[in-house]
Design a protein around this ligand. Structure first.
Ligand code: NDP
Length: 317
């Protein structure tokens, strides 16, 4: 490892809407933030197409374009945006240590974690092929594009149940594909699904292939794992809601997290269990997971980091 250690006031890890919003606020507060983007600069939104629910874009915007806009806004106020991946952290002392790309050491007075989460996918080749062209992992983001059409959603947890009822309001029909003979979702959510007339539940059903015409999804091939019967269901949209994995592995042992790895923050705050370390965006939010809510918590993290630094300076003076 290199012997040279750089020190920064405010280190931001991750470059989705949470990270960039934290950067805008931190830079404008003169914290001279340094951001490491992670391996997907711009985060999950760079892997989607149209974004129509982020305020300020009346005609919608492409996800990658929106993230370019936010990056430029963060850089305009002096954020130092660097491509790099944090490979380990050490939060033992009052000064926080991180290692970038396994060799560069950086110390920071405050750390804002905005590492996001990754949607889980089924792992089918055809799912990748039509991702963004009928296949989506976010019903709230993309359901609108299937207004009046027939769609399918895979999953049986709270997310799938919530998204199925959301889609049912927009779409003609929703096929819900449940791999076992029961739901994992809470009773209340299941009750809502069962009482929505245009949701058809297919129990014991696995997706084998997403069918398409080369440009759009046209259907799915499914297997009943009890009868071994295969079927084709014609749909124009296919939603995957089988869970997310927060990108928080490097914080294990340092920060409090739930059993899935979502970072635990104090109520009405982005503070973690370590002073000066804040968590925002999808790394700590398993409920809403929207760009705008991530941006909101990014703002909170920067404001809290600023207050913390100001209080520390005041104590020293
Ligand atoms: P979960 O892990 O709870 O559920 C994932 C679901 O996907 C399970 O039903 C699982 O099936 C299914 N699944 C997993 N892999 C596959 C696969 N390869 N093929 C088919 N199905 C698969 O994830 P959620 O995102 O639903 O929820 C995460 C957490 O967030 C939970 O704690 C949930 O309660 C919470 N949440 C709360 C909400 C709220 O309170 N409003 C809203 C959304 C989430 P199986 O059951 O067979 O394992």
């Amino acid at each position: 490892m290199s012997q040279e250690t750089e020190h920064v006031h405010c280190l931001i890890i991750g470059s989705g809407p949470a990270g960039y919003t934290a950067a805008i606020y931190a830079a404008r507060a003169d914290l001279k933030p340094v951001m490491y983007t992670g391996i997907v600069p711009g985060g999950q939104l760079t892997q989607t197409t149209d974004v129509e629910n982020f305020p300020g874009y009346p005609d919608g915007v492409m996800g990658p374009e929106m993230m370019e806009d936010i990056r430029k806004q963060a850089e305009r106020f002096g954020t130092n945006v660097r491509f790099g991946y944090i490979t380990s952290v050490d939060f033992t002392g009052p000064v926080h240590k991180v290692v970038v790309d396994e060799h560069k050491a950086v110390t920071a007075d405050t750390v804002i974690i905005a590492t996001g989460a990754s949607a889980k996918w089924l792992g089918l080749e055809s799912e990748q092929k039509y991702n963004g062209f009928g296949v989506s992992a976010c019903a709230v983001c993309d359901g609108f594009f299937f207004k009046g059409q027939e769609v399918a959603i895979v999953g049986a947890g709270d997310t799938a149940a919530e998204e199925a009822t959301y889609l049912a309001k927009l779409c003609k029909k929703v096929h819900m594909l449940v791999r076992r003979d029961e739901f994992r979702a809470s009773k209340a959510m299941v009750h809502r699904v069962l009482n929505t007339p245009n949701i058809e539940i297919h129990y014991n059903t696995e997706t084998k292939e997403i069918l398409g015409n080369g440009q759009n999804v046209t259907g799915i091939r499914v297997l009943n794992n009890q009868t071994s019967e295969e079927n084709t269901i014609p749909v124009e949209g296919f939603f995957v809601a089988i869970g997310h994995k927060p990108n928080t592995d490097i914080f294990k042992g340092w920060l409090e997290m739930d059993e899935t790895g979502y970072l635990i923050t104090k109520p009405d705050s982005t503070e973690t269990n370590i002073e000066g370390v804040y968590a925002c965006g999808d790394a700590q939010d398993k409920i809403f997971r929207q760009a705008v809510t991530a941006a909101g918590t990014g703002c909170m993290a920067a404001l809290e980091a600023e207050r913390y630094l100001a209080a520390k300076e005041h104590a020293v003076a």
